[in-house]
Design a protein around this ligand. Structure first.
Ligand SMILES: [Ca+2]
Ligand SMILES: [Ca+2]
Ligand SMILES: [Ca+2]
Ligand SMILES: [Ca+2]
Length: 295
Protein backbone atom coordinates (compact mmCIF):
# COMPACT_ATOMS: atom_id res chain seq x y z
CA UNK A 1 0.00 0.00 0.00
CA UNK A 2 2.86 2.32 0.88
CA UNK A 3 4.45 1.70 -2.49
CA UNK A 4 1.19 2.54 -4.12
CA UNK A 5 1.00 5.79 -2.16
CA UNK A 6 4.54 6.68 -3.16
CA UNK A 7 3.83 6.10 -6.80
CA UNK A 8 0.77 8.29 -6.47
CA UNK A 9 2.82 11.04 -4.78
CA UNK A 10 5.40 10.83 -7.54
CA UNK A 11 2.73 11.22 -10.16
CA UNK A 12 1.41 14.33 -8.46
CA UNK A 13 4.93 15.68 -8.32
CA UNK A 14 5.59 15.09 -11.99
CA UNK A 15 2.27 16.59 -12.99
CA UNK A 16 3.05 19.66 -10.90
CA UNK A 17 6.55 20.04 -12.30
CA UNK A 18 5.10 20.04 -15.83
CA UNK A 19 2.42 22.47 -14.87
CA UNK A 20 4.86 24.80 -13.11
CA UNK A 21 7.48 24.68 -15.87
CA UNK A 22 9.24 28.01 -16.23
CA UNK A 23 9.43 30.19 -19.30
CA UNK A 24 12.57 28.38 -20.46
CA UNK A 25 10.56 25.25 -21.26
CA UNK A 26 8.61 24.98 -24.46
CA UNK A 27 4.95 25.65 -23.72
CA UNK A 28 2.60 22.83 -24.51
CA UNK A 29 0.64 23.92 -27.53
CA UNK A 30 -3.04 23.22 -27.41
CA UNK A 31 -4.27 22.28 -30.85
CA UNK A 32 -6.99 24.59 -32.15
CA UNK A 33 -9.71 22.12 -33.11
CA UNK A 34 -12.16 24.90 -33.85
CA UNK A 35 -9.86 26.51 -36.42
CA UNK A 36 -9.19 23.10 -37.97
CA UNK A 37 -12.93 22.48 -38.28
CA UNK A 38 -13.19 25.63 -40.42
CA UNK A 39 -10.20 24.61 -42.53
CA UNK A 40 -11.76 21.19 -43.09
CA UNK A 41 -15.08 22.73 -44.01
CA UNK A 42 -13.39 24.89 -46.65
CA UNK A 43 -11.37 21.94 -47.95
CA UNK A 44 -14.41 19.75 -48.32
CA UNK A 45 -16.45 22.52 -49.95
CA UNK A 46 -13.68 22.98 -52.48
CA UNK A 47 -13.42 19.23 -53.00
CA UNK A 48 -17.13 19.06 -53.78
CA UNK A 49 -16.76 21.64 -56.56
CA UNK A 50 -14.01 19.59 -58.20
CA UNK A 51 -15.50 16.11 -58.00
CA UNK A 52 -18.64 14.25 -58.97
CA UNK A 53 -20.29 10.93 -58.30
CA UNK A 54 -19.89 8.66 -61.31
CA UNK A 55 -22.83 6.25 -61.25
CA UNK A 56 -21.29 3.95 -63.85
CA UNK A 57 -18.37 3.05 -61.59
CA UNK A 58 -20.10 3.94 -58.33
CA UNK A 59 -17.26 6.23 -57.30
CA UNK A 60 -16.31 9.82 -56.70
CA UNK A 61 -14.21 11.06 -59.58
CA UNK A 62 -12.46 14.24 -60.70
CA UNK A 63 -14.96 16.51 -62.41
CA UNK A 64 -15.31 16.17 -66.17
CA UNK A 65 -17.26 18.28 -68.66
CA UNK A 66 -20.98 17.67 -68.45
CA UNK A 67 -20.92 16.07 -64.99
CA UNK A 68 -22.70 17.58 -61.99
CA UNK A 69 -20.22 18.49 -59.27
CA UNK A 70 -21.01 17.14 -55.82
CA UNK A 71 -21.52 20.72 -54.66
CA UNK A 72 -24.60 20.87 -56.93
CA UNK A 73 -25.72 17.28 -56.54
CA UNK A 74 -28.98 17.01 -54.59
CA UNK A 75 -27.96 13.59 -53.26
CA UNK A 76 -25.18 15.16 -51.20
CA UNK A 77 -26.59 16.06 -47.79
CA UNK A 78 -25.17 18.04 -44.90
CA UNK A 79 -25.58 17.01 -41.28
CA UNK A 80 -24.72 19.58 -38.61
CA UNK A 81 -23.00 18.00 -35.65
CA UNK A 82 -21.72 19.57 -32.43
CA UNK A 83 -18.98 17.61 -30.73
CA UNK A 84 -16.99 18.92 -27.74
CA UNK A 85 -18.67 22.30 -28.30
CA UNK A 86 -17.33 22.59 -31.84
CA UNK A 87 -19.69 22.75 -34.79
CA UNK A 88 -18.96 20.44 -37.69
CA UNK A 89 -20.51 19.73 -41.03
CA UNK A 90 -20.63 16.07 -41.85
CA UNK A 91 -21.61 15.14 -45.41
CA UNK A 92 -23.26 12.02 -46.68
CA UNK A 93 -24.24 10.95 -50.14
CA UNK A 94 -27.19 8.67 -50.71
CA UNK A 95 -26.18 6.60 -53.72
CA UNK A 96 -28.97 6.47 -56.26
CA UNK A 97 -28.39 3.04 -57.71
CA UNK A 98 -30.97 0.59 -58.92
CA UNK A 99 -30.20 -2.26 -56.57
CA UNK A 100 -31.14 -0.32 -53.47
CA UNK A 101 -34.76 -0.49 -52.45
CA UNK A 102 -36.83 -0.23 -49.32
CA UNK A 103 -36.28 -3.15 -46.95
CA UNK A 104 -39.19 -5.53 -46.34
CA UNK A 105 -38.61 -5.18 -42.61
CA UNK A 106 -37.94 -1.49 -42.24
CA UNK A 107 -36.31 -0.78 -38.88
CA UNK A 108 -36.04 2.92 -39.58
CA UNK A 109 -32.65 4.45 -38.89
CA UNK A 110 -30.03 3.44 -36.31
CA UNK A 111 -29.21 5.74 -33.41
CA UNK A 112 -25.63 6.87 -32.88
CA UNK A 113 -25.23 4.12 -30.25
CA UNK A 114 -26.66 1.14 -32.11
CA UNK A 115 -24.75 -1.86 -33.38
CA UNK A 116 -24.43 -1.97 -37.17
CA UNK A 117 -23.54 -4.63 -39.74
CA UNK A 118 -21.56 -3.06 -42.58
CA UNK A 119 -19.19 -3.26 -45.49
CA UNK A 120 -16.98 -0.30 -46.28
CA UNK A 121 -13.99 1.16 -48.08
CA UNK A 122 -11.99 4.10 -46.76
CA UNK A 123 -10.00 6.77 -48.58
CA UNK A 124 -8.10 9.84 -47.45
CA UNK A 125 -8.60 13.21 -49.12
CA UNK A 126 -5.29 14.83 -49.90
CA UNK A 127 -5.82 18.57 -49.50
CA UNK A 128 -8.70 19.70 -51.68
CA UNK A 129 -7.69 18.05 -54.86
CA UNK A 130 -7.13 14.36 -54.81
CA UNK A 131 -8.26 11.12 -53.30
CA UNK A 132 -5.40 8.96 -52.11
CA UNK A 133 -5.33 5.20 -52.69
CA UNK A 134 -7.69 3.20 -50.53
CA UNK A 135 -6.38 2.68 -46.99
CA UNK A 136 -8.89 0.12 -45.87
CA UNK A 137 -11.51 -2.23 -47.27
CA UNK A 138 -13.93 -4.62 -45.62
CA UNK A 139 -15.61 -6.83 -48.18
CA UNK A 140 -17.34 -9.25 -45.84
CA UNK A 141 -19.75 -7.48 -43.53
CA UNK A 142 -18.70 -6.88 -39.93
CA UNK A 143 -20.47 -5.73 -36.77
CA UNK A 144 -19.54 -2.44 -35.10
CA UNK A 145 -21.21 -0.58 -32.29
CA UNK A 146 -21.54 3.08 -33.15
CA UNK A 147 -20.53 4.29 -29.68
CA UNK A 148 -16.97 3.06 -30.20
CA UNK A 149 -16.05 4.22 -33.69
CA UNK A 150 -15.04 7.60 -35.11
CA UNK A 151 -17.78 10.16 -34.55
CA UNK A 152 -18.24 10.68 -38.27
CA UNK A 153 -19.44 7.09 -38.43
CA UNK A 154 -21.55 7.38 -35.27
CA UNK A 155 -23.52 10.23 -36.76
CA UNK A 156 -23.19 9.38 -40.45
CA UNK A 157 -24.77 5.94 -40.26
CA UNK A 158 -27.90 7.36 -38.63
CA UNK A 159 -28.92 8.46 -42.14
CA UNK A 160 -29.02 4.98 -43.67
CA UNK A 161 -31.51 2.14 -43.52
CA UNK A 162 -31.14 -1.55 -42.89
CA UNK A 163 -31.46 -4.18 -45.62
CA UNK A 164 -33.10 -7.60 -45.88
CA UNK A 165 -31.25 -10.74 -44.88
CA UNK A 166 -31.85 -13.15 -47.78
CA UNK A 167 -29.20 -15.66 -46.76
CA UNK A 168 -30.26 -19.13 -47.90
CA UNK A 169 -27.81 -21.83 -46.76
CA UNK A 170 -25.04 -19.92 -48.49
CA UNK A 171 -22.86 -16.98 -47.57
CA UNK A 172 -24.51 -14.14 -45.67
CA UNK A 173 -26.44 -12.16 -48.25
CA UNK A 174 -28.39 -8.94 -47.91
CA UNK A 175 -30.55 -7.01 -50.33
CA UNK A 176 -31.53 -3.37 -50.21
CA UNK A 177 -30.34 -1.41 -47.21
CA UNK A 178 -28.30 1.73 -46.98
CA UNK A 179 -25.73 2.55 -49.59
CA UNK A 180 -23.77 5.73 -49.82
CA UNK A 181 -20.70 7.74 -49.02
CA UNK A 182 -19.59 9.55 -45.88
CA UNK A 183 -17.36 12.63 -46.21
CA UNK A 184 -15.92 13.13 -42.75
CA UNK A 185 -13.99 16.19 -41.53
CA UNK A 186 -10.85 15.29 -39.60
CA UNK A 187 -12.33 16.47 -36.30
CA UNK A 188 -14.96 13.73 -36.56
CA UNK A 189 -12.34 11.20 -37.68
CA UNK A 190 -8.80 10.87 -36.32
CA UNK A 191 -8.19 14.56 -35.65
CA UNK A 192 -4.82 16.14 -35.19
CA UNK A 193 -3.19 12.95 -33.99
CA UNK A 194 -4.10 10.76 -36.96
CA UNK A 195 -3.80 7.01 -36.48
CA UNK A 196 -0.03 6.84 -36.35
CA UNK A 197 -0.44 4.60 -39.37
CA UNK A 198 -2.06 5.23 -42.70
CA UNK A 199 -4.11 8.26 -41.66
CA UNK A 200 -2.10 11.40 -41.02
CA UNK A 201 -3.03 14.37 -38.88
CA UNK A 202 -6.01 16.49 -39.91
CA UNK A 203 -7.06 14.37 -42.85
CA UNK A 204 -10.61 14.36 -44.12
CA UNK A 205 -11.86 10.91 -45.01
CA UNK A 206 -14.22 9.29 -47.49
CA UNK A 207 -16.00 6.05 -46.73
CA UNK A 208 -18.10 4.13 -49.22
CA UNK A 209 -20.53 2.27 -47.02
CA UNK A 210 -23.19 -0.40 -47.16
CA UNK A 211 -25.42 -0.76 -44.12
CA UNK A 212 -26.94 -4.24 -44.13
CA UNK A 213 -28.44 -4.46 -40.69
CA UNK A 214 -28.48 -2.91 -37.24
CA UNK A 215 -29.74 -3.78 -33.79
CA UNK A 216 -32.61 -1.45 -33.14
CA UNK A 217 -32.51 -0.06 -29.59
CA UNK A 218 -29.12 -1.58 -28.81
CA UNK A 219 -28.85 -2.07 -25.04
CA UNK A 220 -25.13 -2.22 -24.20
CA UNK A 221 -25.54 -3.09 -20.53
CA UNK A 222 -28.60 -5.33 -21.01
CA UNK A 223 -30.48 -3.52 -18.28
CA UNK A 224 -33.78 -3.28 -20.18
CA UNK A 225 -33.33 0.33 -21.27
CA UNK A 226 -32.06 1.02 -24.81
CA UNK A 227 -28.71 2.81 -24.72
CA UNK A 228 -29.99 5.88 -26.52
CA UNK A 229 -32.65 6.33 -23.81
CA UNK A 230 -30.15 6.27 -20.95
CA UNK A 231 -29.97 10.03 -21.11
CA UNK A 232 -31.50 11.37 -17.87
CA UNK A 233 -30.33 14.95 -18.48
CA UNK A 234 -32.19 14.87 -21.79
CA UNK A 235 -29.52 16.58 -23.88
CA UNK A 236 -29.62 13.87 -26.55
CA UNK A 237 -26.21 12.50 -25.55
CA UNK A 238 -26.08 9.39 -23.33
CA UNK A 239 -22.29 9.64 -23.14
CA UNK A 240 -22.43 12.30 -20.43
CA UNK A 241 -24.82 10.73 -17.92
CA UNK A 242 -23.43 8.99 -14.85
CA UNK A 243 -26.14 9.04 -12.21
CA UNK A 244 -24.17 7.40 -9.40
CA UNK A 245 -20.84 8.98 -10.32
CA UNK A 246 -18.96 5.68 -10.58
CA UNK A 247 -17.32 6.64 -13.91
CA UNK A 248 -19.46 4.14 -15.80
CA UNK A 249 -21.90 6.12 -17.87
CA UNK A 250 -25.46 4.91 -17.46
CA UNK A 251 -25.71 3.14 -20.80
CA UNK A 252 -22.75 0.97 -19.74
CA UNK A 253 -23.84 0.62 -16.10
CA UNK A 254 -26.14 -2.21 -15.01
CA UNK A 255 -26.92 -0.48 -11.69
CA UNK A 256 -27.45 3.13 -12.65
CA UNK A 257 -28.17 4.58 -9.21
CA UNK A 258 -25.64 2.36 -7.42
CA UNK A 259 -28.16 1.17 -4.84
CA UNK A 260 -27.07 -2.46 -5.11
CA UNK A 261 -30.13 -3.55 -7.08
CA UNK A 262 -29.54 -4.07 -10.80
CA UNK A 263 -31.49 -1.70 -13.03
CA UNK A 264 -33.24 -4.60 -14.78
CA UNK A 265 -34.55 -5.71 -11.37
CA UNK A 266 -35.93 -2.26 -10.51
CA UNK A 267 -39.02 -3.14 -12.48
CA UNK A 268 -41.83 -3.07 -9.92
CA UNK A 269 -44.61 -3.69 -12.43
CA UNK A 270 -42.67 -6.51 -14.07
CA UNK A 271 -43.20 -5.40 -17.68
CA UNK A 272 -39.50 -5.64 -18.56
CA UNK A 273 -39.09 -1.88 -18.72
CA UNK A 274 -37.45 -0.28 -15.66
CA UNK A 275 -38.16 3.21 -17.01
CA UNK A 276 -41.86 3.23 -16.08
CA UNK A 277 -41.68 2.36 -12.38
CA UNK A 278 -42.07 5.21 -9.91
CA UNK A 279 -42.44 3.96 -6.31
CA UNK A 280 -41.17 6.90 -4.28
CA UNK A 281 -44.05 9.09 -3.04
CA UNK A 282 -41.50 11.78 -2.15
CA UNK A 283 -40.05 11.75 -5.63
CA UNK A 284 -42.85 10.58 -7.92
CA UNK A 285 -41.22 11.61 -11.21
CA UNK A 286 -37.88 9.87 -10.60
CA UNK A 287 -37.80 6.31 -11.92
CA UNK A 288 -36.78 3.72 -9.33
CA UNK A 289 -33.67 2.68 -11.26
CA UNK A 290 -32.32 6.23 -10.96
CA UNK A 291 -33.45 6.61 -7.35
CA UNK A 292 -31.02 5.21 -4.73
CA UNK A 293 -33.71 5.57 -2.04
CA UNK A 294 -35.74 2.85 -3.73
CA UNK A 295 -34.15 -0.58 -3.88
CA1 LIG B 1 -27.07 13.13 -21.60
CA1 LIG C 1 -27.81 1.40 -17.43
CA1 LIG D 1 -41.49 -1.49 -15.49
CA1 LIG E 1 -33.19 2.44 -7.12
Amino acid sequence: MNNFKNIFALCILSVLSYACGGSDTTPIEVFDNEAQALIDKDSLSSFFTKHYYDTTVDSVKTLVAGATPLSEDANLKTMNVTENEIDYELYYYIASVEDIGTPTIDKGFPTSLDSIFVKYEGFRINGTDSITPRFEIRETPIWFTLNSVIRGWSYGFTNFKNGDNVTDNGPITFENGGKGILFIPSGLAYGNSGTGGSIRSNENLIFYIRLFDFVKDTDHDNDGIPSWLEDPDGDGDPRNDDTNGDFFVNYLDGDDDGDGVATKDEDANGDGNPANDFSDPNNPTLADYLNPDIN
